[in-house]
Write a protein that binds this ligand. Structure first.
Ligand code: ADP
Ligand code: 5GP
Length: 213
């Protein structure tokens, strides 16, 4: 039986410092059939971030024009900056038969779910949320003000976890990357995604299983 595996739209969200970018990058590096969508933002590039690789960095004016043109599958104001998922990149990845990975905030994740109802929504967090502070300080890329703002949003984000499908604890990184792969594969094997009569060729099954002896 040849299993024509469905490709998925996967949303990865969670508090700042949970390790979403690290996890997603590690995952797509190991899975060429998955594409991490480069999203668009008005936030300033951090040290080491590159335009067109980490984000499409644009001005607020350009972002608002993008909204008017309908360029974004979803967009949201997050931690004081605008972010949006380019519709064209998502459509192209889906048409190319790749799994689409969107590392976006919860508002964006729920907007994606309303447009792509079979999207898988994954909520990433360390099991001990107090380590978020250490991780953001350790990342060394954000100002004290930006870190404080991100941490002040954690409670509100965790309060919405029940709107997501599954959670993923990112404590030990390698284990979390493996778990991300497991969650995606489990979702890919959800029976509702298949036409099981076709999958098992039920129309011809009686003759296939006929026992003549
Ligand atoms: P997010 O994208 O969720 O804001 P990052 O991926 O930037 O988070 O990770 C924040 C910091 O935590 C980075 O310095 C990263 O290297 C580190 N980190 C990520 N996952 C782990 C982990 N499992 N254990 C320890 N540090 C981690
Ligand atoms: P950061 O500034 O740390 O890169 O990202 C801040 C937040 O914005 C994270 O929660 C990240 O997932 C989210 N984000 C990144 N791109 C998008 C996007 O295109 N849309 C939405 N809604 N959120 C995004």
């Amino acid at each position: 039986m040849a299993l024509d595996k469905p490709r998925l739209t996967v949303v990865v969200s969670g508090p700042s410092g949970a390790g979403k970018s690290t996890l997603c990058e590690r995952f797509v590096d190991a899975h060429p059939t998955a594409e991490l969508i480069i999203t668009t933002t008005t936030r300033e590039a951090r040290r080491g971030e590159q335009d067109g690789i980490d984000y499409h960095f644009v001005t607020e004016e350009a972002f608002k024009k993008g909204i008017e043109r309908g360029d974004f599958l979803e967009h949201a104001l997050v931690h004081g900056n605008y972010y949006g998922s380019p519709r064209k990149a998502v459509d192209e990845a889906r048409q190319a038969g790749r799994d689409v990975i969107l590392e976006i905030d919860i508002q964006g994740g729920l907007a994606v779910k309303s447009r792509i109802p079979d999207a898988l929504l994954i909520f990433v967090t360390p099991s001990d949320v107090s380590v978020l502070k250490q991780r953001l300080l350790g990342r060394g890329t954000d100002s004290a003000e930006s870190i404080a703002r991100r941490l002040s949003n954690v409670k509100r984000e965790l309060e919405r976890i029940s709107e997501y499908n599954v959670f993923l604890f990112n404590d030990e990184l390698d284990a979390a990357v493996r778990m991300l792969g497991c969650l995606i594969e489990a979702e890919r094997h959800r029976i509702a995604r298949y036409d099981t009569a076709r999958l098992f060729n039920l129309a011809a099954l009686d003759s296939v299983l006929q026992c003549t002896q």
